[in-house]
Write a protein that binds this ligand. Structure first.
Ligand code: BDP
Length: 326
């Protein structure tokens, strides 16, 4: 009896598979930490449209904005496990799980955003991408996140100005070392908690790019944004490796192509909207100060590099590759 039923069931399934060309449709969920008004939110929505178009609806991506699927470290873990398929991730929180990705979290490793992209397009970028894919979080395209600078109630011009300040950082030991090397007190914390922590004085300051500084209201609870530009951290549109590898080669190309196009769109939006975000926060009363000489900040980081490379000698090659990239 059971055997007969299962033979019938198998027959029905086979028939459905043959008749229904949509049997393989993939419905993917994507994590995004940002809200409306941030360039990455528009770019992820565009990515979702592009994927659907390019795959003829065989892969659909629903993007969940505002970090509703969890904090960044949690979402990364979920993508690794395949519980969430995709995300727009910052490489900072990827460092603790993929050693090679930590290259980008070394302060002042890149001379500029274009330099950062040149490094990512070279062998160092390939090494990072391969290691990420191996860990289950495969980058499909790189995204711009500008440079990160400090903000607080105090104007910062030298590392000494950071001394004694409690500064929120993302989850990565390199950032705690970076703040400690300036004599500050690092406080790793989820992005969603930072505004309240700044407001109540749980931390004295934080560091981020202009769009994020503006988008989640950090500018409402601080008064100075000091252009230290100590970190230039790229982001990715990243997918669970097994899910991606499970697609046909044609669908893989289509999804990758959509991510590349969405990333180009993001870079255009970023250029315009990060300028605008700066203007907006200045109009709201934020004092933005240039730092004439970043040398003392870079000198303070020598210790961070020395300790990091002593503990991770295998990262020397990637560091040298990045430094040798024109
Ligand atoms: C933003 C990044 C976001 C990070 C956030 C942070 O886009 O991925 O979570 O910074 O500081 O710039 O946590």
């Amino acid at each position: 009896m059971f055997k007969r039923l299962s033979i019938i069931a198998a027959g029905v399934i086979t028939a459905l598979t043959l008749v229904n060309p949509l049997h393989a449709a993939e419905n993917w969920r994507a994590w995004n930490i940002h809200n409306d008004g941030h360039p990455n939110t528009a770019a992820m929505d565009r990515f979702s449209e592009l994927v659907e178009e390019a795959t003829g609806g065989e892969v659909k991506v629903e993007v969940f904005h505002g970090g509703v699927l969890g904090s960044q470290p949690d979402a990364l873990e979920q993508v690794r496990l395949g519980a969430i398929e995709l995300g727009n991730f910052n490489l900072g929180p990827i460092g603790p799980m993929v050693k090679e990705a930590n290259l980008v979290s070394l302060p002042f490793i890149f001379k500029s955003v274009p330099h950062m992209f040149r490094v990512l397009e070279g062998d160092a970028g390939t090494a990072i991408a391969d290691a990420m894919a191996e860990a289950g979080v495969k980058p499909l395209a790189w995204v711009d996140a500008g440079a990160r600078s400090f903000y607080s109630q105090k104007e910062i011009n030298t590392p000494e100005d950071v001394e004694g300040l409690k500064i929120r950082v993302m989850n990565n030991n390199l950032y705690t070392s970076m703040i400690s090397a300036m004599g500050g007190n690092p406080s790793p914390m989820a992005f969603a908690e930072v505004q309240q922590a700044l407001k109540t004085g749980v931390v004295d300051g934080a560091e981020n790019n202009f769009p994020s500084f503006k988008n989640v209201g950090h500018y409402e609870v601080t008064s100075h944004y000091s252009l230290s530009e100590h970190l230039i951290i790229p982001e990715c549109i990243c997918v669970n490796t097994a899910k991606f590898d499970g697609l046909s080669p044609e669908l893989q190309d289509a999804v990758r192509g959509a991510a590349e196009e969405a990333a180009l769109y993001q870079r255009e939006l970023w250029a315009v909207q990060s300028e605008q975000a700066r203007k907006d926060v200045e109009a709201a009363g934020i004092k933005v100060n240039e730092i004439a000489d970043k040398g003392p900040f870079q000198e303070a980081m020598v210790k961070v590099y020395d300790e990091y490379l002593a503990a991770n000698p295998d990262m020397k090659e990637l560091v040298e590759m990045a430094q040798a990239t024109e």
